[in-house]
Design a protein. Structure first.
Length: 263
């Protein structure tokens, strides 16, 4: 079983369906996205004032051992999806329950030391710390090594995006936070978004982060570049119906077999 095969179950008030690669994704019709946050919404993440909920806040269990922290920056940001159901629940309680579920799955089913990814974004746009020591490492411009992409953990940082995006569009709140998280990371680590932001499938043989989200990576790179260049924060045109962007040589990675990673 690979890290992307299954991570489903009942989480909070939302049902996270058990999914595996190669099986059809079963998602009920979703209500319209809720509006983006108002100016006073405390959960909104912006690169200028990054609000990342800590492991203590979502009540993480102790890791088996502390994450290794390298005194160097990552060179790529890896975009994942969680391969769970596209929940309508955008609450903080649901987001915290999602992080606890991911950690338990990674530790109990995959046998890892802790959550594999450094950061998680809920469908409500709530941003949370994943692997232990990740937030402190980012603030110090270091890298807490995760277990989120085979053979490339020592130089990449990973973002899990709640949901399954094989065909469904990314909700606006999640998209907004994903753009802002990538702006924050590119600023912190002095990364060029057009080269640094890649999908999991660019590094390993996997469907992650789903065709619909993968197809929006060019828009993500453009939006992050625009924000870094001083353009106002805005939702880009919907490109979710475009076909997936294929891996290009400038990613610098070969396509590798997807097998269980090492912690």
């Amino acid at each position: 079983m690979t890290r992307r095969s299954v991570i489903g179950g009942v989480v909070g008030a939302g049902l996270l369906e058990v999914l595996s690669l190669g099986l059809p994704v079963q998602n009920a019709a979703l209500a319209d996205d809720p509006p983006l946050w108002g100016p006073a919404d405390g959960d909104r993440f912006t690169a200028d004032a990054p609000r990342v909920y800590t492991r203590a806040q979502w009540k993480a269990r102790p890791a088996r051992r502390p994450a290794k922290v390298l005194n160097r920056r990552p060179d790529h940001i890896i975009i994942h999806h969680t391969a769970t159901a596209n929940s309508r629940d955008t609450s903080l309680a649901h987001a915290f329950a999602l992080s606890r579920f991911i950690q338990s799955f990674h530790m109990n089913r995959n046998g890892w030391d802790d959550s594999g990814q450094q950061l998680t974004i809920s469908r409500g746009g709530i941003v949370m710390e994943g692997r232990n020591r990740s937030l402190k490492a980012v603030r110090a411009r270091d890298l807490a090594v995760g277990a989120q992409v085979l053979h490339h953990n020592s130089h990449t940082i990973g973002i899990e995006n709640e949901g399954t995006y094989s065909s469904r569009a990314v909700p606006r709140r999640l998209w907004h936070s994903l753009v802002e998280v990538c702006v924050w990371l590119c600023r912190t680590y002095d990364l060029e978004p057009r080269k640094a932001i890649v999908g999991h499938r660019d590094l390993n043989q996997t469907a992650c982060p789903g065709d619909a989200l993968y197809a929006r990576l060019p828009a993500l790179r453009r939006s992050v570049s625009a924000r870094l260049g001083g353009s106002p924060d805005q939702e880009p045109a919907d490109e979710s119906q475009q076909g997936p962007e294929h891996s290009t040589d400038d990613s610098g990675f070969p396509v590798l077999p997807s097998i269980d990673d090492l912690t």
